[in-house]
Write a protein that binds this ligand. Structure first.
Ligand code: C5P
Length: 237
């Protein structure tokens, strides 16, 4: 069974309010997407790492000169929505020799916007998906969650049952293909990949992640990432 990783970096990052596309914004002098590419390539179980990049950023990506990263495959052009980028990556993997068309192979999907994921956490979620078919990293919520509509609370879910979904999320190739095809046929857009599998009614295993595997979305997240490196400069790699 082979394991391929898709690193999603095709978003514009409009909420960041930065002149560069989010994946190319420098943190500690290094483009954001490089952190994830290097971490995933360092995980022994992963056989290849496929960057999913916006078409407009391909030249910018090539200019990074990443030939030294082991296991790095050619970039794939992403789509308008995150789910379209996953579909593009999956289509490219279908032709990829590494996966050998084995439906039991695993696909690791990771947001480039999460630079701090640890190799040990990736290994844990890969092991769970190998056993169960679908697994995601997540952390329990600290706050009480409210479901809200038109400015009013409709529901307060039991906090003990609420977790924050992270990436990587890992799936058997066949299961992910089916889940994506069904969602596309139904015109449904998921906000994470596990939701596609949930819509099939298939179980998704939760693997406790690390609280600091946070997504960089807003300008303040970028500032916090810079401070983190000031405190732990070794993470700059
Ligand atoms: O925008 P957001 O931070 O939620 O995006 C999560 C991840 O999905 C980012 O790493 C982003 O680059 C990626 N993405 C993508 N294609 C899109 C939209 C988002 O690859 N069309």
């Amino acid at each position: 069974m082979s394991v391929a990783a898709l690193v999603l970096a095709a978003g514009s990052g409009g909420r960041l309010g930065h002149p560069l596309p989010k994946a190319f914004v420098l943190i500690g002098g290094k483009p954001l997407l490089l952190y994830s590419l290097e971490t995933l390539a360092s995980v022994q179980e992963i056989d290849c790492v496929v960057p999913v990049i916006a078409g407009a950023d391909l030249d910018r990506f090539r200019a990074l000169g990443l030939d030294g990263i082991p296991k790095l495959a050619a970039p794939v052009v992403g789509g308008a929505e995150r789910q379209d980028s996953v579909a593009a990556g999956l289509a490219a993997l279908s032709n990829h020799a590494v996966l050998n068309q084995d439906e039991g192979s695993l696909v690791v999907i990771h947001d480039a916007a999460r630079p701090w994921v640890r190799p040990a956490a990736v290994s844990r979620v890969v092991a769970a998906a190998r056993r169960d078919g679908a697994a995601i990293l997540a952390v329990p919520v600290a706050d009480t969650i409210k479901r809200v509509s038109d400015g009013r609370v409709i529901e307060t879910p039991n906090r003990a049952e609420c977790w924050v979904a992270q990436t990587p999320q890992v799936f058997r190739l066949g299961l992910l293909r089916e889940a994506l095809a069904r969602a596309e046929a139904a015109g449904r857009l998921a906000t994470d990949d596990a939701q596609l599998v949930e819509w099939l009614g298939a179980p998704v295993t939760i693997v406790p992640g690390d609280a600091d595997n946070q997504k960089i979305t807003f300008a303040e997240d970028l500032a916090a990432a810079g401070h983190r490196l000031d405190r732990a400069p070794g993470e700059k790699k």
